[in-house]
Write a protein that binds this ligand. Structure first.
Ligand code: PLP
Length: 242
């Protein structure tokens, strides 16, 4: 077995164990492979090992890898900061869900483009649960109002929430972020908004997926623990100015 397939096995075991520890079923948690900076031949190994769900942060990388992965079945989510001038492109590369919807002008422009082509797309609302200036996402206290506003754009199917937890070795501080996302989910569910689904909670990465699962994650996004350390710092992906 190659390294990547082995690492996937280890991650699956971690997911299983975390689910077991809190009375959840392992199939309640989807695994998304965060493939930023990962070459197509490496991604292919993961898909051949039985994975199907990929997440990219940059439209440029989606474009560069698109042709080389076209012959192998998979689903693309977009998990990075989406600039409005990249909307046309992101929709061109078969992205089925944008997990990083965080601004009304982005929602409006996405909708306009989708309406023109008669298409629709799944979206998750990205919430900034760590209160770090450097991170994108709607502030938790505005999330419910944001969802109400996004509802007017009927090409955007709201499926739930996404967050990047605090990057900290202090587990309690990380857990607080995930708890907060769950709370925001509950708040929105109670509003009972027609057409709004809140089932998906995308949270947890290589270092904190167990905590996220204990707090209700339905999808974890894992890069490093499967593909190894990246040479590009994450600030390049998370801190880009719009
Ligand atoms: C890179 C990235 C991940 C995966 O992080 P790892 O620590 O490498 O597992 C998850 N979510 C987002 C939004 C990312 O950019």
């Amino acid at each position: 077995m190659n390294n990547i397939a082995e690492n996937i096995n280890i991650i699956k075991q971690r997911i299983q164990k975390a689910c077991l520890s809190c009375g959840r079923e392992a199939d309640e948690v989807k695994l998304l492979l965060a493939t930023k900076t990962v070459r197509p031949d490496q991604i292919r190994l993961a898909l051949e090992a039985g994975e199907y769900l990929l997440g990219e942060n940059k439209v440029q990388e989606l474009r560069d890898k698109f042709a080389s992965l076209q012959d192998i079945p998979h689903t693309n989510h977009f998990i990075g900061h989406l600039q409005t001038n990249k909307i046309k492109d992101v929709l061109r590369y078969d992205v089925s869900c944008i997990q990083s919807l965080d601004r009304l002008d982005l929602a409006e422009k996405l909708h306009r483009r989708l309406a023109e082509t008669g298409k629709s797309i799944d979206v998750l609302i990205q919430v900034n649960t760590s209160n770090e200036e450097s991170k994108f996402g709607i502030r938790p206290e505005y999330a419910a109002d944001f969802v109400r506003e996004v509802r007017q754009y009927d090409t955007l199917r709201i499926k739930g929430l996404m967050t990047i937890g605090l990057l900290s070795t202090e587990n309690a501080a990380v857990r607080k972020c995930f708890k907060l996302l769950r709370q925001v989910q509950g708040e929105i569910v109670r509003l009972n908004l027609a057409g709004v689904e809140m089932g998906e909670l995308s949270m947890g990465m290589s270092s904190d997926l167990e905590t996220a699962i204990e707090e209700g994650a339905t999808m974890v996004r894992v890069g490093t623990a499967i593909f190894g350390q990246r040479s590009t710092p994450d600030s390049y992906y998370w801190n880009e100015s719009q």
